[in-house]
Design a protein around this ligand. Sequence first.
Ligand code: C2E
Ligand code: MN
Ligand code: MN
Length: 415
Amino acid sequence: MVSIVIYRSRLLRTLNSAALGDLVRTSRVINEVNAVTGILLFDGTYFLQVLEGPDSAVQAAYDRIAHDPRHGQVVKLMQDYAPSRRFPLWGMRLIDVREQPDGFSMANGGADAEPGTRLPTKDRAFRLMQRFASGRWRDHTAEFADPGSWTFEAAQTARFADAPAATLANAPCQFALQPIIDARGHTVASLEALIRSNSGGSPEQVFEGMTPQQRYEFDLACKTHAFALASRLDLGTCKISVNLLPMSLTAVPDAVARLGGLIAANGLSPHQVTVEITEEEAISHFDAFRVALKQLRELGVSIAIDDFGAGFAGLSLLSKFQPDSLKIDRVIVDGIYHDGPRQAIVRAIVECCRAMGITTVAEGVETAEDWCWLEAAGVDLFQGYLFARPTLNGVAPIAWPQPRKNPEAPGAAGF
Ligand code: C2E
Ligand code: MN
Ligand code: MN
């Protein structure tokens, strides 16, 4: 079996042409020993590197590069396997695509292939090489995303600082709040209420042991405690987001009217409330669910699709109904900075949501790198440990991104 990895990286300021020559020579020696073919396309700023050979050698080469400080913005574009090699055993080959103004082609000297070599021009790998050489791929996102130019300084949001942190007395559960923020504008768009048991246990522990119907009833009824918590905060234009199983809206009689009652009883307006729905179940009872959605909208409540991309019905659900906001799941967000396929998917999601007027939210943002990429890609709002952890009965100080005062500081190198 032959493995192929393709990644893109950016030339670092510190790498002059002599150093580049050294890099190529060293790689050639290592690759030849390991039966790896390396093809390095270069456009003056970016590299596209193809690595083909035995799986373990290719992975080892990629890992070495991904951790090599001389490579910047390494993004893996492709990982694939094949029964045999696509490319001849070349060791290492550097191709300057600027020297091929008529369009890149392996056959016409993109590589001086031995006569009779049949190059895989219909192959995904080859298409990625052609796209890179054409320059049409140019990633302006990557050019703006510089994690080294930001610091994250925790600051208590004044309006939330004075909130009484007392637990909800006589409640069957508690709620932890986690902010959903406009990271650049330094504003909190919403606080998501995440259910906890009275001993701080997870959502699964809260619902454990209940029959499905009990779970739906409880899920709906417990929201009064989330609204009570929100009513003690100075929300201003910030909203309170609550999670509901789709069945909590369809299997509980008069669910939406009851939800409206809980909102009013706690002195809130429906315009201050967002209901987050995970896609999974929604689709299977869609007719009943559609009625509930209509009622929620009539009430004035906003709707978010939660965990988008984690389930199996993402686009199907989105084609059936368009929420106010769409929360991109952590499985897509985590590590996006290095992941070409996920970057392409999120770019398409952002574009698609823009076309429909839907706000995009990235969930589970843990690193400055991922945030920078997502922010530059046009994601509107962010939620994650990088900014603030969920906090029982309160709001944690938020670590807002601040432009680094000294751009030459460590971490800024390489961009
Ligand atoms: P969710 O709605 O997607 O909520 C986000 C979850 O991700 C929360 O887990 C939160 O603590 C966690 N999280 C936030 N930022 C990060 C991060 O940067 N990294 C990581 N690794 N995790 C992060 P939690 O509180 O355990 O909730 C899990 C799920 O339980 C929620 O996912 C939601 O689907 C469900 N849930 C929570 N409260 C309720 C509720 O009242 N009713 C219903 N039906 N489901 C609820
Ligand atoms: Mn949620
Ligand atoms: Mn989620």
